[in-house]
Design a protein around this ligand. Structure first.
Ligand code: HEC
Length: 212
């Protein structure tokens, strides 16, 4: 018998299926092992649910948030909760710098770098973001801003998933700094003057005094 191309193809086909057969069986056995499909019915539990409800009070790892001041921006007073008037940790110059950086990344695109509400996204047609320099927001406590960042406000989405909680407070501190910067009074100027002059007179030698 002469070997024809058709025979060769037939033999090659046999080899391939023989080679794959056992392998395929192993995979299938793993696929078919006893298990529940998501939400499959079972007779094992009384409520017939194979997906068991979480035990009361279960908290996902890394998600326990007992500090209402830090996480919710709420303070307890006389058994009642109100928007926090204070910060949960002391705000240093480093915190303000970090707040500025985070504000410029996450908020300035709509609220503008100085907080007047005219960021680039607004200039391109998004709903106008309210100015932080309106009385009602200038007088709002830090906890109010935390609430807005956590929950969103009207057309503004929540930013709690993008911004770690400490950074949210740093942003609020920076916003309050922006507010102050647009609403300084004469006493503030005097205080700033003292602040500027003191380090200069204390630390600079006479030949450097003119450089400032
Ligand atoms: C995509 C644009 C956008 C971004 C980004 C954005 N906001 Fe807003 N924000 C808005 C708009 C629009 C409103 C007004 C919403 C409305 O009235 O429907 C608003 C409202 C607010 C208000 C005012 C609530 C009030 O009482 O009037 C605060 C405070 C605020 N945003 C803070 C922030 C902070 C802090 C960030 C950054 C973490 C931020 N926003 C990021 C668009 C934005």
């Amino acid at each position: 018998m002469t070997l024809r191309p058709l025979h060769l193809i037939f033999c090659a086909g046999l080899l391939v299926t023989a080679g794959c057969g056992p392998l395929f069986d192993i995979r299938k056995a793993m696929y078919d092992q006893p298990k529940y499909e998501p939400l499959e019915v079972t007779d094992f539990f009384g409520d017939r649910r194979s997906a068991r409800p979480l035990i009361d009070g279960t908290v996902a790892q890394g998600h326990i948030q007992l500090d209402d001041h830090l996480y919710l921006g709420l303070e307890e007073e006389d058994g009642d909760f109100r928007q926090a008037q204070t910060y949960p940790f002391p705000i240093t110059a480093d915190d303000l710098n970090r707040g500025e950086e985070m504000y410029n990344i996450h908020c300035s695109v709509c609220h503008g770098k100085s907080g007047h509400g005219n960021g680039m996204v607004v200039r391109r047609g998004y709903k106008e973001a309210p100015s932080y320099h309106r009385d009602v927001l200038r007088n709002a406590p830090p906890g109010y801003f935390i609430g807005v960042i956590n929950n969103g406000f009207g057309q503004m989405a929540s930013y709690s998933h993008q911004i770690p909680v400490e950074d949210r407070w740093r942003i609020v501190a920076y916003i309050q700094t922006l507010q102050r910067s647009q609403f300084a009074n004469v006493e503030d100027l005097e205080a700033i003057q003292v602040f500027i002059e003191e380090p200069i007179t204390e630390h600079s030698s006479p030949e450097h005094a003119n450089e400032h």
